[in-house]
Design a protein around this ligand. Structure first.
Ligand code: CP
Ligand code: NVA
Length: 305
């Protein structure tokens, strides 16, 4: 198994399926109160240059439940924010901890960090990818739909880090993915073209949200302005108008379609309050599954280290 998880394409289909199996098992064990401590004596470092609620807390709790420890290192109170080179930080932290999660801006920063680190590195979100979130989301799809095979996923909104990771996942795992993005806000071209070339399933970028949502089993969206794009927020509000999960979109999807959002959400922008709170929403199960997925990822990457 690879010792890095920077993008979903860092792992094979078999490895991903194995991680899903472990997530299911670890969730069951947790629910039944059976202790599982394969990471006793191990420490995870979390280096975050952007805000986080779910990713940080789920990784910290995951380490605790697996018998290990986690240390949160913010750019605000470490030397990362004062310009210490990323290649030095990676080597320094590797001498103390057994694994590292990095949340940063440019994906190349995470790449450089992983190149110099001597312990496994996990991407906790970059501008280009959010692999751990998408793995947890597909685990949720498996729970709700009995698997990902034959499932049609619709993505409504920005062609952002989440969209890119969904595209890689659809290509590797082989489910259909229809994205609706405004012109100029499509997913990363290189990632999309590579995924489409390799895929046995359909991966299409459309303009009209209703075309993407038509007959979908899964309706998925994310904020119109991601972290780091705060200055574009006003412009994006105009461009993305209509790229919203709401009752009209729910009408064109399958009757039993599930509604997903990685959160945090901006109610009234990319999704309505009704859609978040409605019977078809699985958003808070999706949130919980971050924890079980992080445990499966950590166990897989850190156990034999
Ligand atoms: N979904 C997600 O990654 O949330 P946080 O930014 O709170 O970690
Ligand atoms: N696309 C969002 C995801 C947040 C979890 C962002 O990068 O801010």
């Amino acid at each position: 198994m690879t010792k890095r998880l920077l993008t979903i394409s860092d792992i094979t289909k078999d490895e991903i399926d194995n991680i899903f199996e472990r997530s299911i098992l670890l969730k069951e064990r947790q629910k039944r109160g059976i202790p599982h401590n394969p990471l006793i004596g191990k420490t995870l470092g979390l280096i975050f240059e952007k805000a986080s609620t779910r990713t940080r807390v789920s990784f910290e709790v995951a380490m605790c439940q697996l018998g290990g420890n986690a240390i949160f290192i913010s750019h605000r109170d470490s030397h990362i924010g004062r310009g210490e080179p990323i290649k030095d930080t990676a080597r320094v932290l590797s001498r103390y901890v057994d694994g590292l999660v990095i949340r940063t801006f440019g994906h190349e920063i995470a790449e450089e960090f992983a190149m110099y680190a001597t312990v496994p590195v996990i991407n906790g979100l970059t501008d280009l990818h959010h692999p751990c979130q998408v793995l947890a989301d597909i685990f949720t799809v498996i729970e709700k739909k009995g698997g990902y095979k034959g499932v049609k996923v619709a993505w409504i909104g920005d062609g952002n880090n989440m969209a890119n990771s969904w595209i890689e996942a659809a290509s590797i795992l082989g489910f259909d993915l229809f994205l609706a993005c405004p012109k100029g806000y499509e997913p990363d071209k290189k990632i999309l073209e590579h995924a489409q070339k390799e895929a046995k399933s359909e991966i299409k970028v459309l303009k009209d949200p209703k075309d993407a949502a038509d007959g979908a089993d899964v309706l998925n969206t994310d904020v119109w302005a991601s972290m780091g794009q705060e200055e574009e927020a006003a412009k994006r509000k105009k461009v993305f108008k209509g790229y919203q999960i709401n009752k009209d979109i729910l009408k064109v999807a399958k009757k039993d379609a599930i509604v997903m959002h990685c959160l945090p959400a901006h109610r009234g922008e990319e999704i309505t309050d009704d859609a978040i709170e409605g019977a078809q929403s699985v958003i808070f199960d999706q949130v919980e599954n971050r924890l079980h997925m992080q445990k499966a990822i950590l166990e897989t990457l850190l156990k034999s280290n």
